[in-house]
Design a protein around this ligand. Structure first.
Ligand code: ADP
Ligand code: MG
Length: 252
């Protein structure tokens, strides 16, 4: 059984077929990349998985469970976390506070417990802090942990955005253009993070990315999307050599 399975999903916006009878499956432990020109439907695929959009037809399962009868916050509870292409952090909170927000889904105590069973609440709070400190260490964010997001360079905010998703302890991490706007050096760092997230943390990664260098170096499999449909799928080398992909990219 695949960790994530999309079968024959279709979504139209007016006359535009954003996702066209698309099937893909992501296996546990792999890094799977979706590439394609602007408007190909990449973000729409993420929004379908996150349950922001409802497909017209098709099915999506995660860990054997039907995702389509879940609300967006329940998707997070199942263990799917995502980053956004346009970083979505609280600008006037610190790095640590932003990462703690990511832990929210693990809060098990009720208000009554908070009033009458303080020790359990404290234990939970300590567990959250420990999990967040682990992410801070893992992503080398110690120098920034108590700094306000608003004052941080773009490249650091991008790493915090990754950390916010990681702090939820996901099984599947969706990365929307993790290298966009990063320098060559920062992109290299992002490559190591993604590699380590998979190898050390055992988290499955599904990413959308334009930087083919990054895609080739971290991905096990690549899906090339055009006009919402699958153009090619295979190893990075196979997809890059595919005549249909070359034509879609270069228009030859
Ligand atoms: P990509 O991320 O590959 O650049 P998108 O998934 O954002 O592409 O968009 C795919 C197509 O669907 C585009 O033609 C886009 O204009 C259209 N689209 C995406 N979201 C919406 C929306 N909320 N309303 C109308 N059209 C949309
Ligand atoms: Mg997009």
């Amino acid at each position: 059984m695949s960790l994530l399975e999309i079968k024959e999903a279709t979504l139209k916006f007016g006359g535009v077929v954003a996702v066209n009878n698309l099937s893909l499956s992501v296996e546990e432990g792999e890094v799977y990349a979706i590439v394609g020109p602007n408007g190909a439907g990449k973000s729409t695929v993420f929004n379908l998985i996150s349950r922001f959009y409802q497909p017209f037809s098709g099915s999506i399962t995660f860990d054997g469970q039907n995702l389509l009868d879940r609300a967006p916050d329940q998707v997070a509870d199942l263990g799917i976390a995502r980053t956004f292409q346009n970083i979505e952090l609280f600008d006037h909170a610190t790095v640590l506070q932003n990462l703690l927000v990511g832990r929210h889904r693990h809060r098990k105590t009720s208000l009554v417990e908070e009033l009458f069973f303080a020790p359990r609440v404290r234990r939970e709070e300590i567990a959250h802090r420990e999990a967040v400190e682990e992410v801070v260490d893992f992503l080398d964010l110690q120098p920034y942990r108590d700094k306000m997001i608003a004052g941080l360079p773009y490249g650091v905010r991008k790493v915090v955005e990754l950390g916010r998703a990681l702090a939820t302890g996901p099984k599947l991490l969706l990365l929307d253009e993790p290298a966009s706007g990063l320098s060559v050096e920062e992109t290299q760092d992002m490559r190591w993070w993604i590699d380590d997230i998979r190898k050390q943390m055992g988290i499955t990664v599904l990413m959308v990315e334009h930087d083919m260098g990054l895609v080739s170096s971290v991905s096990d499999r690549v899906l090339a999307l055009a006009d919402g449909a699958k153009l090619a799928e295979g190893t990075p080398a196979e997809v890059q050599a595919d005549p249909a992909v070359i034509e879609a990219y270069l228009g030859v």
